[in-house]
Design a protein around this ligand. Structure first.
Ligand code: IVH
Length: 665
């Protein structure tokens, strides 16, 4: 085959395969058999291998994913990705309509659509070809997940038709259909793995996968709802949706033009019921002013367009019976009441347990044994008991009492704030277990192979009593354990050895000091640079580190006052764990080399001094007033108006704290 012939055939095959893909996934009306499709794809793969000069990132062969990546590039959105104002009832909607009618004189209509509960994605097309897909990120900068997005079968790689703008952005939601979500969860359950909270979380996690081959297998979909370009071929939202469909996007027929509030409400009531039969999760309706020229006149607030409003469907709630209440002891000794419920289906998953938070909440609910209770998903994720159906209560039912002693080790509980704690942390098994689990977890010491069951076995056999004991384990200790072969034992020992190279901030996080999460550990490590310095710090010194309050400072002090903790730390030190920043962790980036910054306003993560230090550590310089020599104005909350004004006049870029953090990341 000549080069010319190959080029022609490759183009032909791509066209046929793209069309077949569209008919199969978007229209759900396949026109060729799977066998034929595979044959043609195989032919294309072969030709592309033989003639790599015709490689194309938008070839249908790329739908299966490529080489794993190390991380995602952050990219500035050409048009910021804003959010939507929310409403929960008809009065909110009426108010909004009144408000916008006051702002413009024109007559206008509405386009009412479903609000898809997925993960927003912005796709850039140049001359009808996908070039970049960004996540929302903070709305200004997003992550470049193009390689992952290319595996989404319902996201066109090449647009149909020819009336698209040269540069076009198509936004919508990456989603996992409910049925697929349930299948994936069922498989997780069968394999004894954790299940996913909901389809949105799974979609979000999937988009952030570093291995696009996994993304390809999950079967994400993309639902389009917005187009953006310098010049659009349509002048209203309903036509835009139609156009997106013509170009090959998946646009569910779940939108309509509405003239007034009555027609809007018809749509809302209609879909409030139909949504349960819709293949994807929706959490409401979005009402948009239909005409683009009116949208333009209404414009935007800092956060959201004035021309659109989300209406949230009420959270789904179900009635079920309380079987019993468990009191669970966590890693820090906190005792949490958990309701065991008669299983009930809620928002796509079966709920068997729901948190009751604390004693006050149990009292507020006036919860009694055997009560019928309403459960809802908080933020549509965590199930919780929201109300008791008192009419169904048995007359002799006893109120639920919070336990006074640790349900595991019988130690009297201590109340701190609204919560009860078991302070016998060294002899209370669940606390020990949770501490070890936390210590070995990926974000802490990252010790592989030590799953919860293995940890249970090690504790049971008395091979470990605390985290320091892990470093005394020998292969011979592990092999006799049930189900552990020589290879797994080797892996565990190697992984424990490898964990000794984890950085100080990870070690600090791994210690499991109450209120010291990942971010706080990082800040403390960077600020104090060594455990000794941290241990010697006064509460006042601790509170000087951004974000650390009295509670955290107190808990750090208490942790280091406990001789048992000190003993463990000493043993870990002897084993060679990092208790100080290593040479190459000491800040010396030159990311801001030679750049001059003016700081204005207040910041969330830094005090002024810390910010200055951070800029200098990265090679930059802080100057006091904006001039043409300034490189950036770093503006926090409430920046000085004159500085902002001047920066604007001189065309000096204004950075938000988020953007600055990204710059030095
Ligand atoms: S239009 C300026 N239309 O909801 C924002 N958004 O809560 C215009 N969403 O970030 C967005 N369905 O990710 C629009 N039919 C729809 C939507 C929709 C879901 C998401 C979107 C947005 C979020 C705001």
């Amino acid at each position: 085959m000549t080069k010319e012939q190959a080029k022609k055939r490759i183009e032909e095959l791509r066209k046929i395969l793209n069309e077949a893909n569209y008919r199969y996934y978007v229209l759900a009306k396949p026109t060729i058999s799977d066998y034929e499709y595979d044959k043609l794809l195989e032919e294309l793969e072969k030709l592309e291998k033989e003639f790599p000069e015709f490689d194309d990132p938008n070839s249908p062969t790329k739908r299966v994913g490529g080489e794993p990546v190390k991380g995602f590039k952050t990219v500035k959105h050409k048009y910021p990705m804003l959010s939507l104002e929310k409403s929960y009832n008809i009065d909110d909607l009426k108010d909004w309509i009144k408000r916008i009618k006051r702002l413009v004189n024109d007559d206008f209509t509405f386009c009412v659509e479903l609000k898809y509960d997925g993960v927003s994605l912005s796709n850039k097309y140049v001359n009808g070809r996908l070039v970049q897909s960004l996540t929302r990120g903070d709305g200004i900068y997003g992550d470049d997940v193009t390689q992952n997005a290319r595996t989404i079968r319902t996201l066109p790689l090449v647009l149909k038709g020819n009336d698209y703008p040269e540069e076009l952005y198509v936004r919508g939601e990456a989603m996992i259909a409910r049925e697929k979500f349930q299948k994936i969860n069922k498989r997780q359950e069968e394999e004894g793995k954790d299940t996913y909270m909901n389809a949105r979380n799974l979609a979000a996690g999937t988009l952030k996968q570093l291995d696009s081959k996994i993304v390809a297998q999950r079967g994400l979909d993309f639902i389009a709802y917005t187009m953006l370009a310098e010049k659009l071929p349509v002048d209203n939202q309903c036509d835009a949706l139609k156009k997106l469909e013509e170009w090959g996007f998946l646009v569910p027929h779940a939108y309509k033009k509405a003239k007034n509030i009555d027609e809007i409400m018809d749509f809302i009531l209609d879909w409030g019921v139909k949504r349960f039969d819709f293949p994807y999760d929706t959490d409401g309706v979005v009402i948009k002013v239909n005409e683009f020229d009116v949208q333009k006149k209404l414009g935007y607030t800092a956060k959201a367009p004035r021309w659109a409003m989300a209406y949230k469907f009420p959270a789904e709630r179900k009635l079920t019976r309380l079987k019993s209440v468990d009191f669970q002891v966590g890693r820090t000794g906190k005792v949490t009441p958990v309701a065991n419920l008669e299983p009930v289906e809620l928002g796509g998953s079966i709920v068997r347990r729901a948190t009751l938070h604390n004693e006050d909440n149990i009292k507020k609910l006036d919860l009694h044994e055997g009560d019928y209770v309403y459960v809802e998903k908080a933020g549509e994720v965590i199930p919780q008991v929201v109300e008791v159906e008192k009419s169904k209560r048995k007359p002799d039912a006893k109120p639920i009492e919070f336990v006074k002693k640790c349900p595991v080790c019988d130690t009297p509980l201590v109340k701190i704030g609204a919560d009860y704690f078991c302070v016998e942390s060294d002899n209370c098994l669940p606390q020990i277990k949770e501490k070890i689990k936390h210590f070995v977890s990926r974000k802490a010491m990252d010790i592989e192979g030590l799953g919860p069951e293995t940890i249970d076995l090690l504790l049971e056999k008395g091979l470990i009593h605390n985290v320091a004991d892990l470093y005394d384990l020998k292969k011979e200790d592990l092999i006799p354990l049930e189900r552990l072969g020589e290879k797994s034992a080797d892996n565990i020992i190697n992984s424990i050895e490898k964990s000794k190279s984890q950085t100080f901030e990870k070690v600090l996080y791994a210690l499991g000091i109450r209120h010291v999460g990942e971010t706080t550990a990082k800040k403390l490590a960077r600020h104090f640079k060594s455990l000794d310095a941290l241990m010697n710090a006064t509460p006042e010194e601790l509170e000087k580190v951004g974000d650390i309050g009295e509670k955290t400072a107190q808990s750090i002090k208490e942790f280091f006052e406990n001789p048992k903790n000190l003993d463990i730390i000493n043993r870990l030190r002897e084993k060679g764990l990092h208790f100080e920043l290593t040479e190459d962790e000491l800040p010396k980036s030159n990311k801001l080399q030679g750049k001059k910054f003016v700081i204005s306003g207040t910041f969330e993560h830094f005090s002024r001094d810390e910010l200055k230090k951070s800029i200098e550590e990265n090679g930059g310089k802080v100057v006091s007033s904006v001039s043409k020599n300034t490189d950036y104005l770093l503006a926090g909350e409430k920046p000085g108006p004159s500085k902002m004004e001047k920066a604007k006049k001189l065309g000096i870029p204004v950075l938000s704290e988020e953007e600055y953090l990204k710059m030095i990341a």
